[in-house]
Design a protein around this ligand. Structure first.
Ligand SMILES: C[S@@+](CC[C@H](N)C(=O)[O-])C[C@H]1O[C@@H](n2cnc3c(N)ncnc32)[C@H](O)[C@@H]1O
Length: 289
């Protein structure tokens, strides 16, 4: 099977170069996805123990299949904020933890869950399809002020008031059901000068809702608070949004953690050309003291 059709992992070589793995390492991969990073790491260090987590049930069988040739791999359907609760079952302590945040290309392109503004799909956006909150609920149940705050803080959008008015008007007419209905709100919610600017606004709007639906900032914060207890563990985190990277950078500084990468590692121009997801990716590696 061509696993690359699901997702192309980012910053693979930088991760391998700076993660300081050894043959007896125990890696917890909090965002196993379709095991792109897992396969690269396991191919370089076939004897390591690898425990992967993903909250999307659809990823689990593919990840297992992709790693079937390696003997010490486990894949668990759970959020990474709860990975330390699994330590008793696993039963090993990690030496290394990897988080590759956000969504996979599979979720965007093939899941039919409304992660993309380029296809007309239901307003779902849940990574964990058993979770309660959907994009539809956020858009229909949140107040005017809550939506404004959401777009400002999670989407980095300045002046989202007109967009929120469009959303509220559409929902009152029972006309906000699919991703294209939301795209219509973006169309009328901002003055844009070019197609490029319009796409950028759609990206920010969809991203803000996705972050809310999946509690992405809370997951990261909860994980970081827990990981502080695991002295000696090396942690690699790939972020795609300025908010996440800003939080992570401050966290590392405030807790005096050992920076293995002094600055975040980013992809080269050539890599970004091959895989556009690399453009906003930043990798920070640090060690808990
Ligand atoms: C960018 S993809 C990871 C891709 C993976 N590193 C690879 O190379 O194939 C992110 C994955 O993390 C999962 N995910 C995101 N947030 C999560 C969380 N809080 N807990 C567990 N899985 C999460 C998503 O469902 C998605 O499959």
């Amino acid at each position: 099977m061509d696993f690359k059709q699901y997702h192309q992992p980012v910053l693979v070589q930088s991760l391998l170069n700076h993660f300081n793995l050894a043959n007896d390492s125990i890696v917890f991969d909090g965002t196993m996805g379709f095991a792109g990073h897992a396969e690269a790491i396991l191919s370089a260090y076939p004897s390591i123990t690898y425990v992967g987590f993903d909250k999307d049930l659809a990823a689990i069988p593919i990840a297992k299949q992709r790693c079937a040739q390696f003997s010490k791999v486990q894949v668990i359907n759970a959020p990474f904020s709860s990975m330390f609760q699994h330590v008793n079952n696993v039963p090993v302590l990690p030496t290394h933890i990897l988080l590759d945040l956000g969504v996979s290309s599979f979720q965007i392109d093939q899941s039919n869950r409304g992660f993309t503004f380029q296809k007309n799909e239901p307003l779902d956006m849940r990574m964990d399809t058993n979770a309660n909150l959907t994009a539809n609920q956020v858009l229909h149940d949140y107040s005017h002020d809550a939506l404004v705050e959401l777009f400002e803080t999670q989407g980095d959008i300045r002046g989202p008031q007109k967009l929120v008015e469009e959303i509220i008007s559409k929902r009152q007419q029972n006309k906000l059901k699919t991703t294209f209905d939301l795209v219509d709100c973006v169309k009328h919610g901002f003055f844009v000068r070019s197609r490029r600017q319009f796409i950028s606004m759609c990206t920010k709007v969809f991203q803000a809702i996705r972050i809310e639906v999946n509690g992405e900032m809370n997951e990261l914060k909860e994980f970081l608070d827990h990981v502080l207890k695991y002295s000696g563990v090396t942690v690699a985190i790939i972020t795609f949004q300025p908010n996440e990277d800003k939080y992570l950078k401050a966290f590392i500084k405030d807790h005096g953690l050992i920076r293995i990468t002094k600055k975040p590692l980013q992809s080269s121009y050539q890599e970004c050309k091959k895989n556009p997801r690399e453009r906003t990716a930043k990798l920070r590696i640090f060690q808990i003291q």
